[in-house]
Design a protein around this ligand. Structure first.
Ligand SMILES: [Zn+2]
Length: 93
């Protein structure tokens, strides 16, 4: 499979939210032509994985913290801590 140079934007070394772009991994072909670039990323929590570029650079991600999923997890934990002891009223149904 051949991919022309310039078909993907080099994101190596960039940082988005908690994610650091380690290196380009490969192109993933799409049905109907074209493809998407897959990148090896490293999260601040130490998790490394390969994700599509759209996972971290799409405009809708700018306003939120991008992570491997740990940010969401942290938020839930924080919320649970904040809630504990103050949620008894919610049980009255
Ligand atoms: Zn993480």
């Amino acid at each position: 499979m051949h991919w022309r140079k310039g078909e993907y934007i080099d994101e190596t070394g960039n940082k988005y939210g908690r994610l650091f772009v380690v290196e380009f991994s490969h192109m993933e072909p799409r049905t109907g032509g074209g493809g998407r670039s897959m990148w090896l990323i490293k999260c601040e929590c130490g998790t490394e994985k390969v994700v599509p570029r759209s996972k971290f650079v799409y405009p809708h991600n700018r306003s939120k913290t991008v992570s491997c999923g740990c940010y969401k997890r942290d938020l839930i934990i924080e919320r649970n801590i904040a809630r504990s002891g103050t949620t008894r009223k919610n049980r009255d149904t």
